[in-house]
Write a protein that binds this ligand. Sequence first.
Ligand SMILES: Cc1ncc(COP(=O)(O)O)c(C=O)c1O
Length: 357
Amino acid sequence: MYPRLVIDLKKLKNNLDKTIELVKGSGCSLMIVTKVYCADMEIYKMLEESEIDYFADSRIQNLKKYEGTKKGRVLLRLPMMSEAEETVRYSDISLNSEIETIKKLNEAASEQNKKHKILLMIDLGDLREGIFYKNEDEIYRAVKEILKLENIELYGVGVNLTCYGAVIPQKENLSILVETAANIEKKFGIKLKMISGGNSSSVYLIGKNELPEGINNLRVGEAFALGDETAYSQMLDGFNDDAFTLEAEIIELKEKQSVPIGEIGVDAFGNKPFYEDLGVIKRAIIAVGRQDIDPDNLHPIDSKISVLGASSDHLLLNVNESDRKYKVGDIIKFKLSYSSLLRAATSSAYVDRVYVR
Ligand SMILES: Cc1ncc(COP(=O)(O)O)c(C=O)c1O
């Protein structure tokens, strides 16, 4: 059935081995982030047998699927107060920045006779989650409150960068996290076990030998899945960028002009489009759309094909320059960037999955 996501487990295993070599070789523990492919269970089996330390995901529903794993489970998105009970039940560690939520986790952990670990998130300027690093009083107030909670262990601190603010991790900003941890340890006479220095955007620092000493954990999703570090969008040495590919079928193939006819309003998504006049071209419609992919982050493997646009269920391609003589029913293959992989995996009701072993 098409469209389908083709998952090459051998190529992914190569990326896994390289990620382990890189991250664990630097002395960090490794959380593999599984949300971009919605906790696929074939990939889970591979990860379960590997040397990774944790499965990390932003969705409780995904962590729930890993019941019985030998690895640790980590909830990446700050827990909703309303999911405190499930957070404690299905994760060993959660990332937190709000004391009221941490108190709820404490109550849930007490009811479940557990000690739940948390990483206190520090915002180093990306302006997504975390207590802003300059607000030292707020950090210490939170630590003081956390240490009073019997069923919560302050396991460490963490940072997330290059997500909202696109801030690049560097020795300078990550060193602030290490300093913050040291200050907490000194002030409260405690030892923090984990300093989690970010996601795939921190990976490039390992190669440059610039990951500050003290950072002892990384949370890696995209580098493993798609083979690139996300600070400067460079492919990592020896990784594959095509462990995930998408295949979809041509449902119409016609020669038409390239500029629509009539007064131009807005497209199906409310955008005012721009159309380049290429004259009459051979256009293919394939049966996949914005519900399943992001047309701006989808790359035809036939490099002479270009993406013209998409509506919810249709992707329009210019196949005019291709050397292949396509016909209706032919399959077009694509490499995927992050947002397309995320959507294709999420759209599992409509996008089939096959595995190359
Ligand atoms: C808190 C947190 N850590 C780590 C990651 C993994 O990011 P990446 O896929 O860039 O490695 C994400 C996003 O998925 C995240 O939200």
